[in-house]
Design a protein around this ligand. Structure first.
Ligand code: NDP
Length: 296
């Protein structure tokens, strides 16, 4: 069955299809968010490290929607891990977004080289949850070994794990671990953005140009991006496609009037290469990026 909203493990309901803003410049972000909300999206995914939380808040206000109608997800960056630092990271994010409460606050990376700080950050998320400052908490880029340690050392099972997930990299082991723990898997680069970001390397093979996706898209009178989004949604995942282009923002939301067959889903599943396009969460120490999150 296809759903347009998903129930998290603490009962909170989240729109399955959200709107991403990674690499949307501050100048573009408010307009993109406003357009997305006017198109029908009700879930925005941002991050402290994207440098555009303030403009996400501005876009939400410009849409004229009531705060309660929009599900806001954002991420704590690794330089803000640690109990007190993560509590303060909430103040920074909420201040920039211009909201009192965040619907889903997640840890951006596992930071395995300093996992004690990750655990302390998670404890701070638990405190924010029990104080009602956030409605749900989660993680991103956690592999099964990170999940196992987190769950062993904390009290609240995260609601969401946001991971690289598109037809060329489907992460079955992570999805399996998520589902065993009752964690919802959310796809970043859901239409394979990381396989074709401009300037990220000449040898990438864009999943958007894959002939199998093209064939399935043609059979439904849809586009490869729309086929990928259906492929996520029909399997009960959340997906958060990004665009700053009004036509593509609309295209990516126009996915509720067709259905992939089981055979088509299997054909898309079979495109998995097992090779990630994004950084390996265990290889690069995200602290080394030197990103510092400014005050609100
Ligand atoms: P996406 O898979 O959403 O693809 C975005 C890219 O595709 C952009 O270059 C966009 O360009 C283009 N595009 C959008 N729609 C279409 C379309 N219908 N047809 C053709 N091209 C299209 O990639 P992202 O990596 O941005 O992932 C989505 C979101 O996931 C991010 O914005 C962010 O919120 C989150 N994310 C999280 C990460 C994490 O570590 N937790 C890492 C990466 C992303 P244009 O804007 O010009 O339309």
């Amino acid at each position: 069955m296809t759903t347009t909203s998903l129930q998290l493990n603490n009962g909170v309901v989240m729109p399955a299809l959200g709107f991403g803003v990674f690499q949307s410049s501050p100048e573009e972000t408010a307009a993109a968010v406003e357009t997305a909300l006017k198109t029908g999206y009700r879930h925005i995914d941002t991050a402290a490290a994207y440098g555009n939380e303030r403009e996400v808040g501005e876009g939400i206000r410009r849409s004229g929607l009531d705060r309660s109608e929009v599900f806001i997800e954002t991420k704590v960056w690794v330089s803000d891990y640690g109990y007190d630092r993560t509590l303060h990271a909430f103040d920074k994010a909420a201040g920039k977004l211009g909201v009192e409460q965040i619907d889903l606050l997640i840890l951006h990376q596992p930071a395995p080289k300093g996992f004690d700080a990750t655990i302390a950050a998670s404890r701070a998320l638990e405190k924010l949850l029990s104080d009602g400052k956030v409605r749900s908490i989660g993680i991103s880029n956690f592999m099964p070994r990170h999940l196992a340690e987190l769950i062993e050392r904390t009290d609240v099972v995260p609601a969401v794990n946001q991971i690289e997930l598109h037809p060329y990299f489907t992460q079955p082991e992570v999805r399996q671990a998520d589902s065993e723990y009752g964690i919802l898997t959310q796809a970043w680069s859901p239409i394979g953005g990381i396989t074709f970001y401009p300037g990220w390397g000449e040898h990438r093979r864009s999943v958007l140009s894959d002939p199998v996706l093209g064939e399935i898209a043609d059979a439904h009178g849809k586009t490869p991006a729309q086929v990928m989004l259906r492929w996520h949604l029909q399997q009960g995942r959340s997906a958060i496609p990004k665009s700053v282009n009004p036509a593509r923002i609309a295209e990516n939301f126009d996915v509720f009037d067709f259905e992939l067959s089981a055979e088509e889903i299997a054909r898309v599943d079979a495109l998995d290469t097992g090779v990630r396009s994004g950084p390996d969460p265990d290889e690069r120490d995200p602290i080394s990026l030197g990103i510092v999150i400014p005050e609100a």
